[in-house]
Design a protein around this ligand. Sequence first.
Ligand code: GLY
Length: 314
Amino acid sequence: MQPVVIGSERSEVGLPRAMEILAAGGSALDAVEAGLILCEDNLADHYVGTGGLPNAMGIVELDASIMVGSTRQFGAVGAVRSYPNPISIARRVLERLPQHCLLVGEGAERFADENGFQKAELLTEEARALFVSGLRPSTDSVEGDATPAQKGDARYRETALRLVHRLNPPDGPWGTIDILALDRAGELVVGVSTSGYPWKYPGRVGDSALPGAGNYADIRYGGAACTGRGELSMRAVGARTVVSALARGLDPDEACRHMLEDAATLPDDFRAELRCLALTPDGRHGAAAGKPGGYYVVMTESSTGPELHPRAML
Ligand code: GLY
């Protein structure tokens, strides 16, 4: 099997390391974890790991998950504070706590501590400044010529602002990262990591930590992962819907578009971009988005660097 790794926007920070591991005969599990750690540690990225944008109280809470295609084993953490690499804690849940799939909040932090993970400050000065600047009333129009996604985003900002005022936080475009890898042995693994929606209600867990919603892998048909508005992906069971479409014989682009079409029928005042990408067990890949300009990243053994591919349009 020729190894391949794909990822969502900004995964190019982690994909070269993931491909190095795969090219050396390493596992897809190691490749996905190593790639996402680099994304989580990228301080310029404000939607994942250290430097992620905080919740309505000004506290960074992270979600992550990892799923193995051959066994459909799943490990995940949600609303984890103070630990910079939730993808590694999620993997540890998968490997060391097989009686469970998902730990959240205090329990996830206790488990991280028991397993020797080190705490760190996750809120960087730059992320704090972005959080504070977002507290100013939005000038985006929610009516007129704005697209449905722009109107949804603006409504979300207005609602979050009311929430932030209610929760009295300390003074003081989002985007999850997905990586999907296929290794030489034919194993398929999907990993997802995020700081979730900024200004979210404390304790809110998004699709990234949920099997079937933000992440799904089934070696018979393929793997898929989502980014964007997690509540839509949860309601549409986004990643599982993509994999079911692969199982029916749709190609990866079509399977992704099919899921977005279904999600587009859901009523949602906070509708914003939902995106997805997919990888099949024979190495075919694709992705879709609701507006132009989206891309996904691909690397094979012959790549000289991350290759950017346009997403299919809904
Ligand atoms: N898709 C990431 C989130 O909604 O948190």
